[in-house]
Design a protein around this ligand. Structure first.
Ligand code: PLP
Length: 410
């Protein structure tokens, strides 16, 4: 008889996006002529930039000729891409990361989920609330939590509320923790963490032998020069942090798939006997066993974002989204909403300021303005009362959505 991994039974049915779709479908059924504007999706809308497409094509061409054909590539990723990342994303900013510490993958989602495999089951894991659900659900699947509780939390995980009061940067929890997921710039709150806030976490991690799993998928959206682009800009972070980045939001690779994870060579965690062991060889072993790399044309396309034209083109697209974010922020602010984020992240996190619940506000905007957002409570109990707007949209839709919302709010 085969047995299932019963941890999967603890998972809550993925509720948020199916529930949004259900409510939109229901509305559409009753109002077949209504034209709906979707401002809730966390997926990019602009095409790959020309420099990326050119490199992608060249990669495919090379695969079409015997002389330049490539089979399996290195599991850790091609040297040309790892070198480009080390140079342009780290060394050029004065951060000490070398190509050997970078692992190319097909997504930050799978890496942030899979990374837990190299950690023991005795770790206490802390997550932000609201949270990118991947960290929580992969902890559940791996049997690292208890059951789902009435309060919206899983037993065994430490949830750190992120609210307007703490600028969406969690306090150090009172309970002992071993591993902490931090995401900055943050999805869903759009908050960013400054040097002082990150240093607080790095110092805590160094003093308590805690590992920080730092998701900086939205690093490219940072506009404030005071905000660190990498956790490794903080002194000592190489001893305590793994960093996850992705080309998904940086360069429109959500459907193309390429990301990377940085594990510094001197980063260690401990055996039960208290002996420090480096994590880099464990992840290398894991990847070489279970992963066979990202396709050559995709890695070539990713490397093109570091070319001079690529850099300019990718920046233009990001600026386009960030202009959407500004328009959203200012427009909603003028209508009296409390508006957060949207300066160093493509998400605007919005509260009615009148005690209206997330789903209630979602329904009001859907029914009265035909605009779809994402209810904040879907990301965790501390998201209650908020809704998330995404800047990944066409400008004219952003403007029309604001006009419609203002017609019910002004
Ligand atoms: C979009 C996103 C990612 C990127 O995931 P990929 O698998 O690389 O597409 C990672 N983390 C967060 C918080 C995200 O929102």
């Amino acid at each position: 008889m085969a047995f299932i991994n019963e941890n999967y039974l603890k998972l809550r049915g993925s509720y948020l996006f199916p529930e949004i779709s259900r409510r939109v479908r229901e509305y559409q059924k009753n109002h077949p002529d209504a034209e709906i504007i979707r401002m809730g999706i966390g997926d990019v809308t602009q095409p790959l930039s020309p420099a990326v497409v050119k490199a992608f094509r060249e990669g495919v061409e090379e695969m079409s000729r015997a002389e330049t054909f490539r089979g399996y590539g290195p599991e850790q990723g091609y040297e040309f891409l790892r070198e480009a990342i080390a140079e342009h994303d780290y060394r050029s900013r004065g951060t000490d990361i070398n190509a050997g510490e970078i692992f190319i993958s097909d997504g930050a989602k799978c890496d942030t989920g899979n990374i837990l495999e190299i950690f023991g089951h005795n770790n206490v894991i802390a997550v932000q609330d609201p949270v990118y659900p991947v960290y929580v659900d992969s902890s559940v699947m791996g049997g690292r939590t208890g059951e789902y509780l009435d309060n919206g939390y899983f037993g065994g995980l430490v949830y750190m509320p992120c609210t307007a009061e703490n600028n969406f940067i969690p306090e150090i929890p009172e309970r002992k923790i071993d591993i902490v997921f931090l995401c900055y710039p943050n999805n869903p709150t759009g908050a960013s963490a400054g040097r002082r806030e990150l240093k607080k976490w790095v110092d805590f991690a160094r003093n308590n032998k805690v590992i920080i799993l730092f998701d900086s998928a939205y690093e490219a959206y940072i506009t404030d020069p005071e905000i660190p682009h990498s956790i490794y800009e903080i002194e000592g972070a190489r001893e305590v942090a793994i960093e996850f980045r992705s080309f998904s939001k940086t360069a429109g690779f959500t459907g193309t798939r390429c990301a990377y994870t940085v594990i510094p060579e001197n980063l260690t965690a401990f055996t039960a006997a208290g002996e420090p062991k480096p994590l880099h060889p464990l992840w290398l072993r894991r990847q070489t066993t279970k992963f066979n790399g990202v396709s050559y044309p995709v890695q070539k396309a990713a490397a093109a974002i570091y070319s001079p034209e690529g850099k300019i083109q990718v920046r233009e697209t990001i600026n386009y989204y960030m202009e959407n974010a500004r328009v959203l922020r200012e427009g909603l602010g003028r209508m009296g909403f409390r508006v957060y984020g949207g300066i160093n992240a493509p998400y605007v996190w919005v509260n009615s300021g009148k005690g209206i619940g997330s789903w209630e506000l979602f329904d009001k905007l859907l029914h009265e303005a035909r605009v779809v957002c994402t209810p904040g409570s879907g990301f965790g109990p501390s998201g209650e009362g908020y809704i998330r707007f995404s800047a990944f949209a066409q400008r004219e839709n952003v403007i029309r959505a604001l006009e419609r919302i203002s017609s019910i709010y002004l």
